[in-house]
Ligand binder design. Sequence first.
Ligand code: OGA
Ligand code: NI
Length: 336
Amino acid sequence: MCRFLHRCSPLSRVDSSMADNMLLVTQCHESNPDSFILPAGYDLKTAVVSLPVIDMSRGRDEVCRAILDAGKEFGFFQVLRDMEAVCEEFFQLPAADKAEFYSEDKSKPNRLFSGEKYWRDCLRLVYPLPAGDTEDWPHKPQRLREVVENFTVRIRALAMDILRLLCEGMGLRPDYFEGDISGGRVGLEINSYPPCPDPSKTLGLPPHCDRDLITIVPPGAVPGLEVAYTGDWIKVEPVPDSVVVNFGLQLEVVTNGALKSVEHRAATNSAVHRMSVATFIVPADDCVIGPAEEFVSEDSPACYRSLRFSDFKRAHNHANLGSSLNVTTNLKNNQN
Ligand code: OGA
Ligand code: NI
């Protein structure tokens, strides 16, 4: 399709019917002529995002890096937005569609469930799915699989980058967290917190520490995440295009307590629906995790036992009455 908007070619060379179509020729329009009306249902909604600005006057290396970063970053935040949109679509599906995936069987890695005493619904998924059809993800919305897969791969890569940076900062070899210790299936908890009639009487998620290695949570637009800090709960203000990083209990064990897994919870609100997506980087079940030797010396003996991750999980579930999310977490009890 081609139509001149304001690049006028010489009138003498166009026939008059074509000239009539030129916007600059037809003087003023009361309304859009029919040919300027997009098909019904065409989506003109846009999101407000600032494009990365690259200063070409900088040194060649810096410009080069900025261009690459812009490409990567922009793609990354698009992936976050797609994920947010598709999760919203999932929770907006008719109840009958969601019911297909609902299960109270805690041994199922992929399922939709409700928070029992807590004000949340949760779609829990693990990635990747094994070959064969023993496990599945929801089939609706149709693009859910593709979007979730994209998201998970990108968030996992980000988490691994962060772990490498932590190694650098703490004097561990850079690949300490490669392999089995981060090699379990990635867990996703897609949380939906509908408006709650009385937020003062319940929580979306009770106080807990994540039992994995590290968790990445894009904060979404609606506040609700709270973190324990010097005896108080502080609200985490969502920052657009950022992610919240939670150190999991395994990171606390590896660093012999140098990095603490911080207790957090989710509050509800009475006004708006809130969603969050937590991505958990977990060890393989038979990976044995204990304090790294770099963190143990005569002066600072090991404060944590070395445990197979599967045994840790069992003890953790047991200590918490069969719930993976506990009211209070006591890592030391867990390890007894
Ligand atoms: C979690 C979690 C926080 C939130 O799923 O483990 O802590 O804000 N979520 O929903
Ligand atoms: Ni958590």
